[in-house]
Ligand binder design. Structure first.
Ligand SMILES: Nc1ncnc2c1ncn2[C@@H]1O[C@H](COP(=O)(O)OP(=O)(O)OP(=O)(O)O)[C@@H](O)[C@H]1O
Ligand SMILES: [Mg+2]
Length: 289
């Protein structure tokens, strides 16, 4: 059974008012245990709206979200406990830091869970280590830290709850290339070390393809395409027609294909493309992938 199932989920903001806005339109989606899933799509395609349903922050206009087969919106389901199991990291989460020290901020979630002091202590230390924050920062004010460090504190606060599923909304937004790389490395480490199921929202096809086992492409509040990165990019033409940017490498391969060179447009890394083109050249310009 998938760890998380989204059934026919629709969401209309401000329903019944002149500002009514349909943001999700019958979305179906499964997340498997231990999977690294990326949700990509244009601005306004419904990514943030979708993930805010995953831990019950938004209630569906229609449809269901099931965690281990159980509807999280059912009247007998304790939504607070769901939020401990499905950790949601908002876009620019550093704006939500509020405690006077880094340690207290990270301890906020575990404290709400009702854990004892020794366990909270252990979790804060582990979470700081997981996100690459030095222990010496523990008694500092979060407001004295750099932007990148603040974001790590915010992430540590969710990680300290040891959620089964970690949902991240554009975690690299506003970071420089080095910061982006570090953030992705640490998310990957959380996935690999603790087996945490990851749902990552990003604008970047390249980042999604590099990081995730499976992609979900959203468009106008619907799931437009889903599959492994190579399956999704093999349909690069459709993605481009839908106005979605495909990785640069895929664009080059698409152009080569148009010119009659039999390449596989499902490739999305430079290494894959180079290997293909070398093989093509060595075969005297006759074979494809
Ligand atoms: N609080 C809100 N009230 C009314 N409409 C909203 C609200 N939040 C989002 N919307 C609308 O719902 C649609 C989906 O928005 P959403 O924020 O989920 O998209 P997104 O894919 O996360 O976009 P982005 O990439 O810009 O973050 C958009 O048309 C948006 O304008
Ligand atoms: Mg968004």
């Amino acid at each position: 059974m998938p760890i998380l199932e989204v059934h026919d989920l629709s969401h209309v903001y401000s329903k019944g008012t002149p500002f009514e806005q349909k943001a999700l339109d019958h979305v179906n989606l499964n997340v498997e245990r231990g999977e690294f899933l990326a949700i990509i799509g244009h601005t306004g395609s419904g990514k943030s709206t979708l993930i805010q349903h995953l831990n019950g922050l938004l209630r569906p206009t229609d449809g269901q979200v099931l965690l281990h087969g159980k509807n999280i919106f059912a009247s007998d389901c304790d939504i607070r406990r769901v939020r401990f199991r499905i950790g949601l990291v908002f876009q620019y989460p550093e704006y939500q830091l509020f405690e006077e020290t880094v340690g207290k901020d990270i301890a906020y979630g575990p404290t709400n869970m009702g854990l004892d002091a020794a366990e909270i202590e252990r979790r804060v230390a582990q979470a700081m280590e997981d996100v690459g924050l030095d222990v010496s920062l523990r008694d500092k004010s979060p407001f004295e830290l750099s932007g990148g460090q603040k974001r790590r504190v915010a992430l540590a606060g969710v990680v300290a709850m040891q959620p089964e599923i970690l949902v991240l909304d554009e975690p690299t937004a506003g970071l420089d290339p080095a910061g982006r790389r570090e953030m992705f490395e640490l998310i990957r480490r959380l996935h690999d070390l603790h087996g945490t199921t990851i749902v990552l929202v990003t604008h970047s096809m390249e980042d999604a393809a590099r990081m995730a086992d499976r992609l979900v492409v959203m468009q106008n509040g619907r799931v437009f395409l889903t599959g492994k990165p190579e399956e999704v990019f093999a349909r690069a033409d459709e993605l481009e027609q839908a106005g979605l940017t495909v990785p640069q490498v895929t664009k080059i391969l698409l152009e080569l294909k148009k010119r009659g060179i039999p390449v596989d447009t499902g490739c999305y890394t430079i290494e894959q493309a180079v290997a293909q083109l070398l093989a093509y050249k060595q075969a005297g310009g006759k074979n494809g992938c």
